[in-house]
Design a protein around this ligand. Structure first.
Ligand SMILES: *Cc1c(COP(=O)(O)O)cnc(C)c1O
Length: 456
């Protein structure tokens, strides 16, 4: 028997959730156009839409919220946040932003020129949007194994150095503003990158005069996998591992809504002073003063505290192993999921779950909708709808057609995970009855947020 760590916290405040009937949920999914993003949260029993901003904050974080210094400029909470980022991540300069995409916007505007290429270990929706909006072209350089949902690899988020080398040979280093290194890789299933790979990418970057920016959104979870899986790291602290990871980068963008254990916030961190000056010029245009960047003082205080809690080993172990618990239950029942299970979510493989549906009838979207109707569990499509259309207006057909069951941090118990597992297993037993979808509304960019569908 495998064991799982018990909750390293006790519950001080509770939020009752509503139990809905199947008839109510059938009505709601039609109202929401079969898009789980458009379901009202009050109609959801267990919300696994995202781990973004859905964290339960600690008593210490709520205490810090009361110490908000809401000065327009120079808030003491900014200096707390700056100190936390400098100490835990190791970068010199910190520019707060309202969330991760605010940092992506600033970084992309500073670094990318029309005609540039931005290599990355698999795309992320908002990251790629900002790269392309600034005239760059995203180039996927993740190892091939990342696109195979059944391939077992301890560091499935690694960059393929041969692909990187090929890109440099083809377009030249001058056309590559930076390498975008995501830790962990969200769209590959929350898969980590090894320290060895980061070191090799850094050597490559130095050789070719390239910069590296991490999308460090879930770097703590990545550090946990390094500690567990990579030789030489078992006795290192999470903080030591994170510092080493970041030592191979020139800076990072961060969505505080994930690893930093807050409901809103983000930052751009940098080592280069000239880039920092440029970032400050842009942050005042898009976010706010460089000492708040779209965040209230109290939110910066909560994030500064959250950064220290995020590197606490008992918290991190429970967080990642709870995700594994859900994955283990589904795998044991024969449900097709992405393996190995990643750090923040279990991904159902909708192509294998619903082999009778063509990808342009949106298997993952329809599976997410049916799971909600079955059980009140809300999940998210990460497949053809999220991938969007190419320059010619055609669907991009990603190899991975997934439904993401994302576990919020410190919110649900193992009993909740059992409810989710039972619902997915019940749906798998009647998968043959599930039909595909077609669009009734589609936005021109980031369509997954607002698209509407009907059953075919
Ligand atoms: C959430 C996320 C972002 C964007 O951050 P927001 O805070 O949602 O703007 C960027 N990259 C990855 C990998 C993410 O998961």
């Amino acid at each position: 028997m495998r064991t799982y760590p018990p909750e390293p916290f006790r519950i001080k405040v509770v939020e009752p959730v509503k139990m809905t009937s199947q008839a109510e949920r059938e009505e709601e999914i039609v109202r929401a156009g079969y898009n789980t993003f458009l379901i009202q949260s009050e109609q959801v029993y267990i919300d696994l839409l995202t781990d973004s901003g859905t964290t339960a904050m600690s008593d210490a974080q709520w205490g810090a919220m009361m110490m908000g210094d809401e000065a327009y400029a120079g808030s003491k909470n900014f200096y707390q946040l700056e100190r936390a980022v400098q100490e835990v991540y190791g970068f010199k300069y910190v520019v707060p932003t309202h969330q991760g995409r605010g940092a992506e916007n600033i970084l992309s505007r500073i670094m990318i020129r029309p005609g540039d290429y931005v290599p990355g270990n698999m795309y992320f929706t908002t990251t790629r949007y900002h790269q392309e909006a600034n005239g760059g072209k995203f180039v996927d350089v993740v190892i091939d194994e990342a696109h195979d949902s059944e391939y077992i690899h301890p560091f499935k988020g690694n960059i393929d150095l041969k692909k990187l080398e090929k890109l440099v040979d083809e377009v030249g280093a001058a056309k590559i503003p930076y390498i975008c290194l995501a830790t962990t890789v969200n769209l590959a299933g929350g898969q980590p990158v090894s320290m060895q790979n980061m070191r090799e990418v850094k050597e490559f970057a130095v050789k070719h005069g390239l910069k590296i920016f991490q999308d460090a959104t879930r770097c703590m979870e990545n550090a946990y996998f390094i500690k567990k899986r990579e030789a030489g790291y078992a006795n290192k602290t999470i903080k030591e591992i994170v510092r080493e990871m970041m030592s191979y980068a020139d800076g990072c963008t961060m969505s505080g809504k994930k690893d930093c254990l807050v409901n809103i916030g983000g930052f751009l961190a940098l080592n280069d002073h000239d880039l920092y000056v440029k970032a400050c010029e842009l942050v005042v245009v898009f976010e706010g003063m460089p000492s708040y960047g779209g965040m209230a003082g109290r939110d910066m205080a909560a994030m500064a505290q959250g950064i220290y809690e995020a590197i606490d080993y008992p918290y991190l172990e429970h967080r990642v192993e709870q995700v594994r618990y859900l994955g283990d239950r589904l795998a044991a029942a024969g449900v097709p999921i992405v393996l190995p299970v990643g750090g923040h979510a279990v991904y159902l493989d909708a192509k294998r779950f619903l082999p009778h549906l063509a990808q342009d009838t949106f298997p993952a979207q329809t599976l997410a909708a049916h799971l909600y109707v079955e059980s009140g569990v809300r999940s998210m499509e990460r497949g053809i709808i999220s991938a969007g259309r190419d320059e010619e207006g055609k669907h991009r057909y990603p190899k991975l057609e997934l439904v993401r069951l994302t576990i919020p941090r410190r919110v649900y118990t193992y009993a909740h995970m059992d409810v989710v597992a039972d619902a997915v297993i019940a749906l798998y037993a009647k998968r043959d009855t599930i039909r595909g979808l077609r669009f009734t509304y589609e936005a021109p960019s980031l369509r997954f947020f607002t698209a509407r569908f009907e059953l075919i």
